[in-house]
Write a protein that binds this ligand. Structure first.
Ligand code: F3S
Length: 424
C-alpha cells in the first residue's frame, strides 16, 4: 500500500493492469514521489526526454530503452526528444562509424515505438505545437528547457532525469514536489546587475557568475529587464528576448543547478506576484563586472586555431540563424561553422533562404544534434569557439576540446579567418 495518495487508475497502473511497460513507469514515478515526500501525483501536459545520444546512454541505455519499448510502453502525453549524437541524414557524409550510428538509430527507434515525437531538439518551447502555457505541469529532462519553461513561460517542471521523464510520459503523471509547489518557486537570492549585459555571450557570462553563486537556488534579478527587449505576448519565444533568456537559463542550469529564475517586472510570476515572491531570508548578490566570468569561460587564451565555430546552444532560433546569415553575406569561411538547431527551425530557415546563405559561405545549419552530444573526436574537432555559455562549460568536459568564448561577431570572425583574433 502506497503512502503516496494514488487514484484508482494510478493504483491499477502500479499493479500492472496496463501491462509491464506502464507498471515499470509507474514504479519509477511512485518511487520518486516517496523519495521527495510528494503527497500525490500531478497530471502532466508534456514531457521532454533527454539522454538521447548514444554517446551518453551507451549500450546499457540502448538495451534498457528497447526493453521498455518491447514491454509495450507508450507515451500518453505529447512527448519530444532532446538532440541525439548525429544528424539523421548526414552521419555517413560526416564519417560517423556504424559502431556509433547503428545503436544511435536503435535509440531513436525505441522512442518512436513508444510514440515519442522525434524533434531531437533542446528547445521544444520554440515549436508552436510544443510550446507550453503558463501553469502547465511538465516533465522535462533538459535542464536549459526546464529553466526556460519555469521562468519565462511560467509553466512548472522539475529537472527530470531521462528515465523519470519517460516514466512521466508513459503514465501521464509526475510526483507533485519541488517546482510544482508554490513555496519552492520563491526567490532565494536577489541579484543586482550593475554592469552592461548586451549580448547573448554577456548573458552567458552572467549565468556563470550567478549560477556558481546560487547553486540550486532561485535567483530574482532586480534590474535585468533593462537589458531585455519586451517579451512577446503571442507565446512565440524565438525573438531577441527569448534568445537571451534561453542562454541565461541554460548557463544557470549548467554552472549552477538553477531550474527557475525571476526577472522583476518582466517574467510572468514576477510581474504578477511582485516582491511577495522573494523569501524573507533571500541573500543579496551584486554583479559589478563580467570580466572574471569571461576569463574562466574563455578557457584557453593561447588557442588561436579553431576547428569548429558553434552557435546555437540551446538550439538556435530563427532570429539567431538570420543574424548569422546576415553577417556572413558575401563572405567565405576558413573553418567549419555549425549553427545547431531543430529540424523544424531549419526547415523554416530554409524557406526564408537563411540556410542557403550560410551554406553559400561554407557553413552548415545542423539539425538533430550539437557539439556536446555528437562524437566530436570522430569528427576531428579538437578546438572550438562559441558564444554560448553552456557550450563553453560542457564541450571541454564532454567533447574534450579546447575552447574560446566570445560574442557572436567574434565567433563569426573566427569562422571567416580560421583563427581567434579578438583581443589582439
Ligand atoms: Fe542543447 Fe546541446 Fe546546448 S543539447 S542546450 S545545444 S549542449
Amino acid at each position: 500500500m502506497s503512502d503516496v495518495k494514488l487514484t484508482s487508475e494510478e493504483q491499477g497502473m502500479l499493479a500492472g493492469a496496463e501491462g509491464p511497460g506502464v507498471k515499470r513507469a509507474m514504479e519509477i514515478v511512485v518511487a520518486l514521489a516517496r523519495i521527495y515526500g510528494a503527497a500525490d501525483l500531478a497530471s502532466v501536459a508534456h514531457a521532454q526526454i533527454a539522454g538521447v545520444s548514444y554517446k551518453n546512454v551507451g549500450d546499457a541505455g540502448v538495451e534498457f530503452l528497447n526493453r521498455w519499448a518491447d514491454e509495450g510502453a507508450k507515451v500518453r502525453v505529447p512527448t519530444t526528444l532532446n538532440p541525439m549524437g548525429m544528424e539523421r541524414g548526414k552521419w555517413q557524409e560526416w564519417g560517423i562509424s556504424t559502431d556509433f550510428a547503428v545503436p544511435q538509430l536503435s535509440v531513436i527507434d525505441a522512442f518512436a515505438r513508444m510514440g515519442v515525437t522525434p524533434t531531437m531538439s533542446c528547445t521544444p518551447y520554440l515549436y508552436r505545437e510544443h510550446t507550453p502555457k503558463r501553469g502547465d505541469v511538465l516533465a522535462w529532462a533538459e535542464s536549459s528547457a526546464v529553466a526556460f519553461a519555469n521562468s519565462v513561460v511560467g509553466a512548472r517542471s522539475n529537472r527530470e532525469g531521462g528515465p523519470s521523464a519517460i516514466a512521466a510520459a508513459v503514465t501521464g503523471r509526475t510526483a507533485r514536489y519541488g517546482y510544482h509547489l508554490d513555496g519552492n518557486r520563491r526567490a532565494t537570492h536577489m541579484v543586482e546587475v550593475r554592469c552592461p549585459v548586451k549580448s547573448v555571450a554577456d548573458f552567458g557570462a552572467l549565468s556563470y557568475t550567478v549560477g556558481k553563486a546560487v547553486g540550486n537556488g532561485v535567483p530574482w534579478f532586480v534590474d535585468l529587464a533593462a537589458w531585455l527587449p519586451p517579451l512577446p505576448s503571442n507565446g512565440t519565444w524565438g525573438g531577441l528576448a527569448g534568445d537571451r533568456l534561453k542562454t541565461l537559463g541554460a548557463g544557470l542550469a549548467a554552472y549552477g543547478a538553477v531550474a527557475l529564475y525571476h526577472v522583476a517586472g518582466y517574467t510572468p510570476e514576477a510581474r504578477d506576484l511582485g516582491a511577495s515572491l522573494i523569501r524573507p531570508d533571500a541573500q543579496r548578490l551584486i554583479i559589478d563586472s563580467l570580466a572574471d566570468a569571461y576569463r574562466v569561460m574563455d578557457a584557453d587564451p593561447d588557442l588561436r586555431q579553431i576547428d569548429l565555430v558553434t552557435v546555437g546552444c540551446p538550439h538556435a532560433s530563427l532570429t539567431e540563424i538570420a543574424q548569422v546569415a546576415d553577417t556572413l553575406a558575401g563572405k567565405r569561411l576558413a573553418t567549419r561553422l555549425w549553427v545547431t538547431t531543430g529540424e523544424i527551425t531549419r526547415q523554416a530557415a530554409a524557406e526564408l533562404g537563411y540556410v542557403q546563405a550560410i551554406e553559400a559561405a561554407g557553413g552548415e545549419v545542423v539539425a538533430d544534434t550539437c557539439a556536446v552530444v555528437a562524437p566530436m573526436r570522430m569528427l576531428n574537432v579538437r578546438s572550438m569557439a562559441t558564444n554560448a555559455g553552456k557550450m563553453a562549460c560542457y564541450a571541454p568536459m564532454h567533447s574534450g576540446v579546447r575552447m574560446r568564448f566570445g560574442d557572436l561577431e567574434q565567433c563569426l570572425e573566427a569562422a571567416v579567418t580560421g583563427e581567434w583574433r579578438a583581443g589582439e
